[in-house]
Design a protein around this ligand. Structure first.
Ligand SMILES: [Zn+2]
Length: 178
């Protein structure tokens, strides 16, 4: 008779350590309320699934086969990082009716401490690119997939290039060929 009560207590304690939506320097974000190790599942992303190939939004998560998931809170508030600590993975999970249901999960890919912001790589296509301020040492400068970065830079007028990130002092130190 004790067991159900213990399980309930356990669930309650776990619920209290779910990630929290919090203010960050980049607006609202999702912050870990406990430590995680790589390959742990933070949780399942709930939301609305769209099967329209033309559907697009800032937060839309690719579910494969032309479907995308418009995520609900709290995972809707995960910010982008060029060095993320989480990754999105979908999986076809057995459902009660004998079929499978495609579900989206947030997987930990780097150790996370309590209080760290949970981040993913948005991997946006070039036409959605925005300047990135994630602060990662290997920041691409743009919120865009690694594959699309060249496309974004090629379209940039030169006066908009992030010149402070170029090694200008090195360039200046190189003597011009005579
Ligand atoms: Zn970045």
């Amino acid at each position: 008779m004790n067991r159900p009560r213990q399980e309930e207590r356990h669930r309650g304690a776990k619920g209290a350590r779910e990630p929290k939506i919090a203010r960050t320097k980049l607006g609202r974000g999702l912050v870990a309320a406990r430590a995680y190790l790589p390959w742990e599942i933070v949780g399942e992303v709930q939301g609305e699934v769209f099967y329209d190939e033309n559907y697009s939004s800032r937060y839309c998560m690719d579910l494969g086969d032309g479907a995308c998931l418009e995520p609900a809170a709290p995972f809707r508030f995960m910010n982008h990082s060029c060095l993320p600590n989480c990754s999105l993975r979908w999986s076809d999970v057995a459902a009660a009716n004998g079929r499978t249901a495609r579900r989206m999960f947030v997987l930990v890919i780097r150790p996370i401490q309590s209080g760290d912001q949970l981040t993913i790589d948005y991997g946006w296509p070039a036409h959605m690119a925005q300047l990135c301020r994630c602060g990662a040492p290997q920041c691409r400068g743009w919120i865009v997939s690694g594959d699309s970065l060249d496309e974004v830079l090629d379209q940039l007028p030169l006066d908009q290039l992030p010149l402070d990130q170029l090694p200008l002092d090195q360039l200046a130190a190189d003597p011009l060929p005579r």
